[in-house]
Design a binder for this molecule. Structure first.
Ligand code: SF4
Length: 284
């Protein structure tokens, strides 16, 4: 079987930085708290937990004065304030690209209604919303556009500033912004396509490869937003797409007659998971 691995498969720069720095902090201190899962990948989180990382869901669970990691997705402004009150030492691993969105919305919120296109429950979107002030709205699907307009109309603002979750698909951003332009007819709209280029490259490569291969394996978490985007993109062209988190999920019988296959992986999938899958396929 010929096995092709996508060039852009695996850790993006923001996740790599977060995992490397978290490992260093644990090495130096023996333990560190992490607010939320460091990355949406069980294997990576389990490995760091064994080494000394303590994952908590709420900041209140962390004893005062301890060290806490803010992960690559970023946190809302109120969480930074609460950490200060609790005298926590913040190890801020928010990706630079997410930080730049926080600065933009903070600057624009004085004069603009802020719209964030993305998943309402995604930590990155919740963090960005937390920097956007009261006059802001999250649009996840086209159905939310009307509600956002109703909220906008209740403000005295005439400008609208639109950003996107870094990992949404470029086509979704374009589709929703076109409709916003039509709906917000009385407003001056400014669209900042804040999709991360690491994400764009991975999505574009996945689209291309899904046309070249009949079968694709996408490695990445079921909760990983960027992985699920890759699955959706691949399914548009490829006959069969397997979304797995580890090599253990591969069933030998599915690949007996396969001549060639392509592997792609989400931004929080470590190199080791990719190699494990490749090795298992080679031995079929
Ligand atoms: S996907 Fe892009 S924005 Fe998100 S953590 Fe990775 S490098 Fe940063």
């Amino acid at each position: 079987m010929e096995i092709f691995v996508g060039e852009n498969a695996g850790f993006c720069p923001g996740v790599k930085n977060a995992v490397d720095k978290a490992e260093n902090v644990i090495k130096q201190n023996g333990k560190v708290y992490c607010l939320g899962e460091l990355v949406h990948n069980k294997q990576v989180v389990d490995d760091l937990t064994k080494k000394g990382m303590i994952t908590v869901n709420e900041i209140e669970e962390i004893p005062d004065g301890e060290k806490v990691i803010f992960r690559a997705h970023g946190e809302a402004k109120s969480v930074y304030e609460r950490a200060k009150q609790k005298k926590l030492e913040i190890i801020d691993l928010t990706c630079g690209k997410v930080k730049s969105i926080h600065s933009k919305v903070e600057k624009e919120k004085e004069n603009s209604f802020i719209i964030i296109i993305g998943k309402k429950n995604h930590p990155e979107v919740i963090g960005t919303k937390g920097f956007s002030g009261e006059n802001s709205f999250i649009i996840e699907t086209e159905d939310d556009i009307l509600d956002s307009y109703i909220k906008f109309e209740k403000t005295a603002l005439s400008n609208v500033f639109v950003v996107g979750q870094t990992t949404i698909s470029s086509s979704l951003f374009d589709k929703i912004t076109k409709k916003i332009e039509k709906e917000f007819i009385k407003a001056d709209c400014f669209f900042d396509k804040t999709i991360c280029n690491a994400t764009e490259k991975r999505q574009a490569e996945t689209k291309k490869l899904s046309k070249d291969f009949h079968k694709m394996i996408i490695i990445g978490g079921k909760k990983s937003s960027n992985t699920q985007e890759l699955v959706k993109i691949a399914e548009q062209n490829c006959e069969k797409v397997y979304n797995i988190e580890t090599a253990d999920e591969l069933k030998r019988e599915d690949f007996l007659e396969v001549e060639n296959i392509c592997i792609m992986a989400g931004a929080s999938t470590p190199q080791k998971s990719i190699e494990d899958v490749k090795r298992k396929l080679e031995n079929i």
